[in-house]
Design a protein around this ligand. Structure first.
Ligand code: ADP
Ligand code: MG
Length: 314
């Protein structure tokens, strides 16, 4: 799908503004029941997307949980794979930490079936979580194991498999990216994170993963306006990767993490919740506009505009 070619980071035309309003209304639409109830055995084209960054702590797990949950709410069958043994925190973000009896390691060791290790979300049954290992145990999941696990999940009729990658670029990273054909690179607008994101982009290319999109997290519009933070446009141009979305810095992210309730589930979405939902919609090709993080409540329907992007030409 070539949807990101439609992206424009310049101020919207009138016709696009109207379209955006309509799209926002549809963002609240009830999920596609027909898709949600799709029989698991029905063959679907599965997209396997790794969420990666290089630098730790930039928001990979937060993005995986929220984008995955958004896609599930839109009716898709989604599996999240937590391949970060260090913290194993995807389960906490989803509030599923007490439900994990089996992990991918148990599947590989023949201790259980895959469906026993795929934990269904409490709220959206079409969202599942597979943890690679429990209790910070070291594991020896090989690339072959990862590819086998992912193809088994795909065969169960999942539309999307999102792999939450461990930080760094060592063996855990290489294994986590091995089954993927697409990637989301998460970065913050800081030079250390951008440098690591650039390194990761090179490694992904070396592994023949060319469908890569950028998610810029923890953007502070007021700091961008005073030139104290790089704009999303600066980051995007430095990396030369198509933009999937920009997420604002938001204390709601921390609150939602502690509650085990992804932001995108809130009845009244925060700006970061809307931004994650928009990123998910863009990933599935349903949306082509960006949020204006600088004036969210005046122009929530507008594309990311001058202040956020650092474009002073308006
Ligand atoms: P990673 O998986 O890349 O290590 P996490 O998703 O665990 O990163 O996020 C690291 C920390 O940053 C967490 O405490 C999380 O709550 C916080 N965080 C992530 N995104 C945001 C945001 N947009 N606003 C505020 N805090 C955030
Ligand atoms: Mg993480």
């Amino acid at each position: 799908m070539n949807f990101h070619n439609n992206f424009s980071m310049f101020p919207m035309r009138k016709s696009q503004q109207r379209q955006s309003t309509a799209l926002y209304a549809s963002a609240k639409e009830t999920p596609n029941e027909a898709l949600r109830d799709q029989s698991p055995s029905e063959p679907v084209a599965t997209r396997v997307i790794v969420v990666t960054s290089g630098k730790g702590g930039v928001g990979k797990t937060t993005a995986t949980a929220n984008i995955g949950m958004s896609m599930a709410r839109l009716g898709y069958k989604v599996a999240l794979i937590d391949s970060d043994i260090g913290l194993r925190n995807l389960d906490l973000l989803l509030g599923l930490e007490n439900r994990i009896l089996y992990t991918a390691m148990d599947v590989i060791d023949g201790q259980c079936r895959l469906d026993q290790a795929l934990i269904r979300d409490k709220r959206w049954k079409n969202l599942s979580l597979l943890s690679i290992s429990k209790n910070r145990q070291r594991y020896n999941v090989t690339q072959t194991h990862m590819v086998q696990l992912v193809s088994q999940i795909a065969a169960a009729g999942y539309h999307f498999i999102l792999i939450d990658c461990p930080a760094g670029i060592d063996v855990g990273f290489i294994h986590a990216i091995s089954p993927a054909s697409e990637a989301i690179i998460v970065t913050t607008p800081e030079i250390t994170a951008i440098r690591d994101a650039d390194r990761v982009a090179g490694l992904l290319e070396a592994k023949n993963i060319y469908q890569v999109k950028l998610l810029v997290n923890r953007v502070r519009a007021e700091m961008v306006q005073t030139n104290d933070m790089m704009s999303v446009r600066d980051v995007q141009e430095m990396l030369g990767i198509p933009l999937l979305g920009a997420i604002p810095e938001d204390t709601q992210v921390i609150i939602s993490t502690n509650r085990g309730e992804p932001l995108v589930l809130k009845k009244k979405l925060s700006l970061s919740g809307i931004a994650f939902e928009n990123a998910a919609r863009r990933l599935i090709g349903k949306q082509d506009y960006f949020l204006d993080l600088a004036a969210p409540y005046k122009g929530i329907f507008q594309k990311v505009q001058d202040a956020l992007l650092g474009d002073k030409r308006r």
